[in-house]
Design a protein around this ligand. Sequence first.
Ligand code: NOJ
Length: 564
Amino acid sequence: MLQRCVLRTYHVLALVLCVSAREDFDWTKNEKTSFYYSTFPTAGSSAYQTEGAWNIDGKGMSIWDAFTRKKGKIFLNDTGDTTCDGYNKFKEDITLMKDMKLNHYRFSISWPRILPSGLKSEHINEKGIKYYEDLINMLLDNKITPIVILYHWDLPQLLQEKYGGWQNVTMVNYFNDFANLCFERFGHKVKYWMTFNNPWSIAVEGYETGEHAPGMKLKGTGAYKAAHHIIKAHAKVWHTYDMQWRSKQKGMVGISLTADWGEPVDITNQRDIEAAERYIQFYLGWFATPIFNGDYPQVMKDYIGRKSGQQGLGASRLPVFSPQEKSYIKGTCDFLGLGHFTTRYITPKNYPSGLGDSYFTDRDLAELVDPKWPDPGSEWLYSVPWGFRRMLNFVKTQYGNPMVYVTENGVSEKMVCTDLCDDWRMQYFKDYINEMLKAVKDGVNVKGYTAWSLLDNFEWDEGFSERFGLYYVDFSNKNKPRYPKASVQFYKRIISSNGFPNQREVESWKRKAVETCASSNQLLAADPLIGHMEMVSEIVIPTVSTLCILLSAVFLMFLLRGRS
Ligand code: NOJ
């Protein structure tokens, strides 16, 4: 996030959507007043961010367990050790989902929870398997379809220590073994699989800037190498499913890519247009182009190759796929998962080679934001709904109109905010979902939508300071109570109305949601009192009782001695 901020100064789910009208894409149809209908009820979570129970029931350590133990890496040195305690509270959470009428739930499986050392050949943790079986069974019993991500960033720590994690090509086979085990154990019930969540972040923040686990700062090489192995691992897992499981289990395997939209600062300036195109190709295209078209985007090959040459390197810092690898990787996607949160304006900026080459300088561009864009929470997250429609149309035209499941979309608030009446989040969802529905009208093949996230959770290097949840979680209380924010009511209305009927009605939903959240605010305000009462019953009462018994015993002894 730091990197994003530095550059910036310069610069829920899814039912089949009913809207299917096709029209040619036309930006001028960006009318602010149009409202659309559809159904799209899902919310999401990920293992490390919500489960807690970091060392319970035989779970092995992940790179995030190790990273968060290093002082100064995470805001306030927070860890995901307990976080929302989703491991113990999943039944309660499914009740929340049911109440919201979500029909899908997107979550991830913790690799070290089921393979503590990372290796299938060494030990399978049956207790970890049982946890996910119970979760999946209960979701299905409640008619909520599980959508499962195999890797949301929590690599087994032993694989990091022994092999250097995603810097090492051996991860491809180890990840495939883990995925194969998941297909074997859960595949008769799970029909939607995604290999990786947001590989851009794994590569760039894990191996380039070091802001995320495993914290490596291999500028200009680390991210490209990690991404290369991740793409190969994705393709291998897709082929494994295709060859061994598809005919029996009849599911689908995709990948979830996250990207911001890049808009040229001046849409009449060719250099701005090219810079914005580069921004998106280095972001989404880095992963999507090999998977859909067989190789890295030409612009990445050109820019990184040229800069590597200027550095005096014999070969490009961007690794190369062999012809066999290209055809093996091409087409390994039954659907595309898309995470999207925000937009940047883009203009060219020349970074002379040799002055600390990195992924960021390789792109030769600057990112800018409009100070008028709303910016309620995370520093990097500006609300720019129209960027979502453009991003979806880009996916349609670049990758042959694949099936798209929106896997993450939402907005945060800062830690200090304990106001459950989150009108800015309702506004964000209203605007972004409506732009998505316009994209559906444009002919983009969107099949589902996931609000990020069901609960406030551990926001990586930002710890608990940024809250994305529909539900507020009181992390200071050991029971981790959940309180509905106003957006829960609002999202429920969108679901029950199958979209947006009209402006007036949607405004009335917002008003009603704000009215009901006032009572949740009171409950939350009473929470320190509840915490205090717990302290009274768990610490004060037993201590005072023990002291009373001791004093009575001493008093009795004196009394008896006095008599004798
Ligand atoms: C995308 C990541 O996948 C998710 O884990 C994170 O919470 C959100 N971005 C918000 O930063």
